[in-house]
Design a protein around this ligand. Structure first.
Ligand SMILES: Nc1ncnc2c1ncn2[C@@H]1O[C@H](COP(=O)(O)OP(=O)(O)OP(=O)(O)O)[C@@H](O)[C@H]1O
Ligand SMILES: [Mg+2]
Length: 444
């Protein structure tokens, strides 16, 4: 160890003065790297800074930049805020470059857009543009991985938007580490963020994802930017979902739904219809999921079948497996329904990932119907289950009921609310339940 050297964990950002084989904070092996920035920085005297009271700050009245792709704008909270830095991340091949090329094209109506590509050549980008039917004189592609060189040459282009594809493939020549290393990723991202803050030109950067599904590089990357958006959906699936996980200028968990086609990503205007694309069967259980500010209907499908294994399988897609285990335990202990000796497979239609506990009740009902083989007709349900078998209220019941009703579903099982402002039409059966037992009684 040399004096003044500083080391940092690539995975969790833990700092240490000496090199270690295993990070004591996150437990990862071989993740500690030398932090060149810290190590080589010298003490210097800084010029004076300006201290302003908030009342003195002059607000620029620049409006948000509308991308013209409504699903994208709404995920951002109404367009791109001037000077903001946005990170978009997602699995390989999910369509990040496609989406941003479409955004670039659309925004180029407002002014010049610069698209820096570190992983593809001019020709590859041009080929994609051709397939997407994009031809704009104000959309410029730079196939130069040295981010400093690009930023240094942007003055005369005067862009309204800068896109960097991707932070892991771009680098700064001021550091010796290879592109994609911790320090480079951080440096590239912070250069881009600084550029956006200084010039007011918004920057969108693409970030790769690790095997575990988090953004590759330090967690710091997510702190650095204003908005973090994940692009989800599996590759066999045609649907792609944009989901905000951090937004300094809008609500999080707002989602945008797209469909991948040969001519690019098409916004899906009626997501509920898309997720419920298949005809609903006699024992379909529909769950109105609250995604950001809107409700999306998805079907909870399950199979309960005799197992051939000593340990029955519990497999779920779109629903947290821990939640599934909890609901099975509640069904077994509070409703006396045994799943021992049964495999359970659970999925949401079109692979929508549901995160709220409001999915508990439809999940329990679906499992019960699968096990018992009963048909209850198409129904919708929402509500959280307590471990004692109680059904608890959740947010926004009216919005959910409205969307279910709009879809022509006639039977809705909900927690027992004192008051619900929305009045359902006469042919809709709104069943209020206090407990799991009451809910199962209602579908028998
Ligand atoms: N001709 C086509 N028709 C339909 N879909 C296509 C066509 N060509 C490409 N795609 C879709 O585009 C996806 C690739 O998109 P894109 O290159 O934008 O992804 P990406 O997220 O940028 O990937 P990477 O992480 O490799 O950079 C493919 O997985 C495929 O689904
Ligand atoms: Mg790409």
């Amino acid at each position: 160890m040399k004096r003044g050297e500083s080391y940092v964990c690539r995975e969790c950002g833990y700092r240490t003065a000496k090199w270690l084989g295993k990070c004591p904070y996150c437990g990862t092996f071989n993740s500690i790297e030398i932090d060149e920035e810290k190590t080589h920085s010298n003490k210097k005297k800084y010029p004076a800074v300006e201290f302003l009271s908030l009342n003195q700050v002059e607000l620029s009245h620049k409006e948000r930049l509308k991308t013209g792709i409504n699903e994208f704008d709404s995920v951002l909270g109404g367009g791109i805020v001037p000077g903001s830095a946005i990170l978009i991340s997602g699995e390989p091949g999910i369509g990040k470059s496609t989406l941003l090329l479409q955004v670039a094209n659309s925004v180029s109506k407002e002014g010049n857009v610069i698209y820096i590509t570190g992983e593809e050549s001019f020709e590859q980008v041009a080929l994609r543009a051709k397939r997407l039917g994009i031809a704009s004189d104000r959309l410029f592609v730079v196939a130069e991985p040295n981010v400093l060189r690009v930023l240094d040459n942007l003055d005369k282009e005067n862009p309204v938007l800068l896109i960097a594809d991707s932070v892991q493939t771009l680098y700064s020549d001021e550091l010796d580490s290879p592109p994609g290393s911790l320090v480079q990723v951080r440096e590239v991202a912070s250069r881009l963020v600084r550029f956006s803050k200084e010039t007011g030109i918004p920057v969108i950067m693409i970030g790769h994802i690790t095997k575990e599904g988090s953004i590759a590089g330090p967690k710091l990357l997510e702190h650095l930017v204003d908005t973090v958006i994940y692009f989800e959906g599996d590759q066999q699936n045609f649907f792609r979902i944009l989901r905000t996980t951090k937004n300094r200028f809008g609500a999080t968990d707002e989602i945008g739904v797209f469909e991948m086609s040969s001519s690019g990503l098409m916004p899906v205007l009626n997501p509920s219809a898309a997720f419920l694309a298949n005809a609903l069967l006699d024992n379909s259980v529909v769950y109105p999921a609250l995604e950001g500010t809107r409700v999306i209907l998805t079907e909870i499908q399950s199979i309960v079948s005799p197992t051939f294994y000593a340990n029955p399988r519990r497999t779920s897609s779109g629903v947290d497996p821990i939640r599934l285990s909890i609901i099975v335990a509640v069904l077994e202990t509070r409703a006396g329904i045994s799943f021992s000796g049964c495999d359970i497979f659970l999925t949401t239609s079109s692979g929508l990932k549901v995160k709220e506990t409001a999915v508990d009740l439809p999940l329990a009902i679906s499992l019960y119907l699968s096990l018992s083989g009963k048909k209850s007709g198409v129904l919708a349900a929402f509500g959280e289950l307590g471990l004692d078998g109680s059904v608890r209220q959740i947010f926004q019941p009216e919005m959910r009921i409205k969307e279910v009703e709009r879809f022509g579903i006639k039977k809705i099982i909900i927690p027992d609310y004192d008051r619900i402002n929305h009045k359902v039409s006469e042919d809709v059966e709104l069943i209020r339940v206090k407990s799991l037992a009451e809910a199962l009684e209602a579908v028998r």
